[in-house]
Design a protein around this ligand. Structure first.
Ligand code: NAD
Ligand code: DAU
Length: 346
């Protein structure tokens, strides 16, 4: 199986899950460009422990010759495509790489898969609930909700979803797509809300909340996303899309307060003040989607998947992970791992 973007947050959790916990018995080829968000340290120990079942190749999914070569050399029969530019705020400031990787990169993978069609078993594309746009206070996204992406990030993901589906309809490529809500958990790059808040709150720094803080996200523990993806890859119907959600809708301000309270319980700040005092309302994100909420009935009824982690335990485990992995945190925050990657991978 080729996994793209396997050195990122969800991809690295997925590779660890597949090799250590799932019933998958095949080999994984992890293809990652190692952008600022791709960190081989997210998979430390895996290469040694699974010598015969894991290989890493530093490559850009936009490099058609290299991708074709990998498909050929490894006789790739299935793909799980995580590789993407993933941060909405970055897509607002500089959309270029989003268009390139998320759209062109997916297209190049599809083309290689099309040329190997005789032995392709499954092309699974990882997507997001953001393709559906924004909800008011009522309702849920289902698999038939029309696409209405609002940011360059979500528009690029929507575009890639359409391409994947089109390759199925036009060329018969065996594929599935999953559209998932907000993930959190170990190894998430600290530009995203939850790790950013945890790390700032630990250091007593301001906790930036966009707008009025009442935007709603549905939170899913990353391990639950991994089990959902593997369930869909194994048993999902060819050509179908599945929504994945956590059943954990929450306003941003509420989840931030929750993190503050858990951290205060573990240990107060030196000045004995509550971490809630660090909350700072800042300028809103342009085009900020108000509410996401996922209906994953299809995944539950067809494939019997549901999330296991509660938000309470998931957040506590995540806080604990960031507290116990200070070396990883320091290297990611200082950008130290970037020069290490350059030395090792060029
Ligand atoms: P991430 O930013 O942590 O990781 C992305 C990975 O892709 C990195 O390892 C990076 O080096 C790699 N990459 C980027 N451009 C590449 C290229 N051109 N060629 C090869 N590799 C490249 O992202 P994430 O949060 O782990 O998200 C993974 C996927 O899941 C993305 O497709 C994202 O759209 C989707 N998704 C994320 C969430 C979430 O909450 N994080 C929710 C739903 C869907
Ligand atoms: O819904 C799935 C999506 O979730 C994924 O497709 C994206 O890859 C992933 O980044 C995430 O997108 P969001 O924009 O929802 O995540 P982010 O962590 O950036 O922000 C979560 C919410 O918190 C959002 O309403 C914006 C707000 N926010 C974010 C940051 C970074 C703040 O209020 N302050 C912040 O500093």
């Amino acid at each position: 199986m080729m996994i793209t973007g396997g050195c990122g947050f969800i991809g690295s959790n997925f590779i660890r899950y597949m090799l250590k916990e799932s019933d998958f018995t095949g080999k994984i080829i992890n293809v990652d460009k190692l952008t600022y968000a791709g960190n081989p340290e997210n998979l430390s120990g895996i290469e040694d422990e699974f010598k015969d079942r894991y290989a890493f190749i530093k490559a850009d999914i936009c490099d058609s010759a290299k991708i074709a070569e990998i498909f050929e050399a490894y006789k790739v029969d299935s793909v799980c495509n995580f590789a993407a530019e993933s941060h909405v705020d970055r897509s607002i400031v500089k959309p270029d790489a989003f268009i390139q990787t998320n759209i062109m990169g997916t297209f190049i993978l599809l083309e290689s898969a099309r040329l190997q069609m005789d032995h392709m078993v499954r092309f699974h594309h990882i997507s997001t609930d953001e393709v559906y746009g924004s909800l008011g206070s009522e309702g849920y996204f289902t698999e038939t909700t029309p696409y209405r992406p609002n940011s360059p990030y979500s528009a690029s993901k929507a575009s890639s979803d359409h391409l994947v589906r089109a390759y199925h309809k036009t060329y018969g490529l065996p594929m599935t797509i999953s559209n998932c809500s907000n993930n959190y958990g170990p190894y998430q790059f600290p530009e995203k809300l939850i790790p950013l808040i945890i790390l700032n709150a630990l250091e007593g720094k301001p906790l930036p909340i966009y707008g009025d803080g009442r935007n709603v996200r549905d939170w899913l523990y990353v391990k639950d996303h991994c089990t959902a993806i593997w369930t869909i890859m194994k048993d999902g119907k060819n050509g179908e899309t599945y929504n994945i959600g956590g059943d954990n809708e929450m306003e941003n301000i509420t989840i931030v307060k929750m993190i503050c309270d858990v951290l205060d319980e573990i240990g107060k700040l030196n000045n004995r003040r509550s971490r809630r005092d660090l909350i700072t309302f800042v300028k809103d994100r342009p085009g900020h989607d108000r509410r996401y909420a996922i209906d994953f009935t299809k995944l539950y009824e067809e494939l019997n998947w549901r999330p296991e982690a509660s938000l309470e335990t998931g957040i506590r485990d995540t806080i604990q992970w960031y507290m116990e992995n200070q070396v990883w945190v320091d290297r990611v925050k200082s950008g130290e791992y970037l020069s290490w990657m350059e030395d090792h991978y060029g």
